[in-house]
Design a protein. Sequence first.
Length: 557
Amino acid sequence: MSARTCAATTGTERPPRAAAAGEPRPPQAQRGEPASSERVEPGADSLQEAGAPSAGVPASPSASADSFAAVDLGSNSFHMVIARVIDHEVRIVDRLRDPVQLALGLDSKGGLSRESQERALASLSRFGQRLREFPSAQVRAVGTNTLRLARRSRDFLARAEEALGHSIEVISGQEEARLIYLGVAHSTPADDRRRLVVDIGGGSTECIIGEGFEPVQRASLYMGCISWSTRFFPKGEITRDALRRAQIAAGLELLAIERTFRSLGWEACFGASGTILAIDEILRGSPWGETAITRVGLRKLRKKLVTVGRVEALELPGLRPDRAGVLPGGVAILSAVVRGLKIAAMTASTGALREGLLYDMLGRVWHEDVRNRTIRLLAERYHVDHEHAARLERVALYCLRQVASAWKLEDPEARNLLSWAARLHEAGLDIAYSGYHKHGAYVVAHSDMPGFSLETQQVLGALIRTHRRRFARELFDDLAPAWQSKAMRLAVLLRLAVLLMRSRPTGALPLPQLSAGKASLTVTFPVGWLGEAPLVHADLLQETETLKAAGYELQAA
């Protein structure tokens, strides 16, 4: 499949590219006119009205930027897939897998054992050696269920990122489900049938119904092959009673989704990831001659497990030694899924989360970033004033361009976050005016937002929470260290844009000149303009005091 085709089928829409003339320009770029005559036209189309914010990546991979890598830090195994885009064709050129079994090191209080951390870091060091020459824009690494559950994991994630040489996102179960479906959809024959996709990981099980490349219904359940194996088969003993209890427990987890999934229905069913691939290989290589995963085949496999009785004694076709210990839990879960959802037959798919990551990343490169659609849909759901948000966004991005170098905000993701925050800053008004910045922050931090990591949602929520009233500096202390300073500076710029646009002007707005120090911002307006804008002048005086309490010096003239 071509890169351009796969980008067009990631469930996003292709927005037209923004015209350079649609952006506010710095004073010196506008035909040499003096600063006093420079004006932003808030009524003009913004970048995001014309299209999505640029991610700062070339519109098509060049010869020196045609390789991409996706890293999946799963609860059972770590995976990496590397692909090249050649003549618009995506070709897998390398795969790496390490059976880290990170979930085994997770205790009841959410702590990760030192041994599991060391196994993970050793694996990531090997992956990092392979990725040493890769630009950050061409690598995406995500953590799943175990890292979602791990408490006080920030230090470990910092060490993990150092070992890998690239940033690591922790994604929600819903986002994991979306990416799994995308990986399976790109790895199976294209047709119009509605699909059910099931993925049993080490700590969670994802079930997705979709059509084409678009998920229709997603669910992430708290059961996985490692958690179920350690819970029901702690000493490696496989009994009929233990299998029955494990299957019943999995069935109880499924009750929350059974009715919805059955009512939607599907015409084809696919299974993804290690547990299902292992079970499929065992069934195909067994004397029973199964060509797909069915209830009959699973019943025969359960009987075989009970007959053998011990994990260490399992000798089954295609079963790797590192998979044997978690097979009983995986079989119990899959049996419950097949029974509960009334699956007649399941076909194993080679595509999974890592392939979904790869195609999602290619979508961002080709300006098909699903996050832009997510923001647009949230804005529509909460009845955001689109025209005002677009004008404010345009002003905020103009301010960013002037101080990006001084404040080290040249990272394309910083621009994206400021853009998204501007577009959603009034989402909370749909709930109530009183404290609407708090309502909006809660919505962003806790909504299902396809394409976003949990950390990105947290940063976006902090920006929206602090766009007015008190500058709650403590919110930024809870962010990852790499984003604390950046996010505070973005918040200052968003607050300034909100202040300038408070009267919701639709006509021309003078362009201030901005200069920044380490913790200071100087805003210079055309001579005499502040005297004609008493509301802005009063707000700037108040903002000077507010930012001073947060450690920032604001000067306006």
